[in-house]
Design a protein around this ligand. Sequence first.
Ligand code: NAD
Length: 294
Amino acid sequence: MPTIIDGKKTSQDIKNEIAARVAEIKTEEGKVPHLAAILVGNDGASQTYVGAKVKACHEIGFESTLVRMEDTVSEEELLAKVEEINENPDIDGLIVQLPLPKHISVEKVTDKIKPEKDVDGFTPANVGRMALNWPAYVAATPYGIVELLKRYQIETSGKHCVVIGRSHIVGSPMSILMARNGYPGNATVTLTHSRTQNLKEIAQTADILIVALGKPEFVTADMVKPGAVVIDVGIHRVEDSSKKSGFRLIGDVKFDEVAEKASAITPVPGGVGPMTIASLLYNTLLAAERKVYG
Ligand code: NAD
């Protein structure tokens, strides 16, 4: 049986560590880290995600502020709100929940966030710093994967890492992080995407396979090298009448058959998913302690 990389437990460990540090900061400085989230509109999934982030803040002793705006809000009003939070010395971190309504430019809003408060790690400044291997806020999902590799002591140096998917929030940063000079890193990285030819043959050569293409159970056992480490980022709901909810979650990897070949694998649910909130909280702690920008 492979090692099951347990994101649920690891994220709880991280939250406990952060909570312990928050208690110390509170005693030392009389202040706790403060995260602000802007939520535009009434999208159900976005409300759930932001709700979970706010709840996690409270669990570990952070202060949080949720700013809700109508989906008719103008770009100018939203930019002005970002600016107001940028200048508020009581707030350490700011996230703007995506997606935004079509009439608002995601680029403009992202670019408005002060890099020092960009705990989602989406601004060009933080993406650039990450690529340069400088202190940076690394985006939640890639950071969560890095932390799983670290805590499970997965050897990455000299290994061939194949990343499937090149999105700005997962695949692309993951390829940079795995190639950089450090741990985890020092891997030889192949970044694959929708135009890649011979994906199966390339995937078969991976010692570490990171899958983030958003296609249910796309990676099958015949694509995986025996002994590979498999990180599944995908999340999909499929109908399942045997469940009370009427659905279950599956990933981009056909778990049962791939698990028989892999040396370690992340499950869905309970793998990469739970790590994202822990990463956001960690970045907010870094922001409160001025650890990235000094
Ligand atoms: P995306 O749709 O932005 O990008 C998908 C990428 O996959 C693209 O770069 C595309 O070129 C590539 N791709 C598409 N078809 C391909 C194919 N046949 N072969 C090779 N590459 C192909 O996706 P994303 O935002 O990176 O998300 C990917 C998956 O991860 C989704 O299922 C998403 O729900 C999930 N996700 C999970 C978390 C988490 O917290 N676990 C976070 C973000 C995304």
